[in-house]
Design a protein around this ligand. Structure first.
Ligand SMILES: [Cu+2]
Length: 110
């Protein structure tokens, strides 16, 4: 009797697990932003909550990532280095670089 019930339930459980896995996988899109010529490669991006932004230093000198509203104030980022930030809250966030005060990227998180 128990064995019969388990056989009956197995496809439902499998479907639940699969839908949970695909939901998790689709939640985190990775967006690429470069730092080049003392500027971010885009001025503004709109992403979904839980998405990841990878900042790649494509210059020959140091950058840094400063996001005041998220309490992020990274260490010096050397040429070729990538800093990964997960945006887990909705809202609008200004991304700056302490070393180059004119650098600004606005991230809208829906
Ligand atoms: Cu910079």
């Amino acid at each position: 009797m128990i064995g019969f019930l388990l056989r009956l339930l197995r496809p439902a459980v499998l479907a639940l697990v699969l839908s949970w896995m695909s939901a998790g996988a689709s939640a985190a899109t990775v967006h690429h932003v470069a730092q080049k010529n003392r500027a971010f490669s885009v001025n503004e991006i709109t992403i979904a909550r839980g998405d990841v932004v990878e900042f790649s230093n494509n210059d020959e000198f140091l950058h840094q990532i400063y996001i005041s509203d998220m309490g992020i104030d990274s260490a010096e980022q050397h040429p070729g280095e990538t800093i990964t930030v997960t945006f887990s809250q909705t809202g609008t966030f200004a991304v700056h670089c302490h070393i180059h005060p004119k650098m600004l990227l606005v991230v809208h998180v829906n």
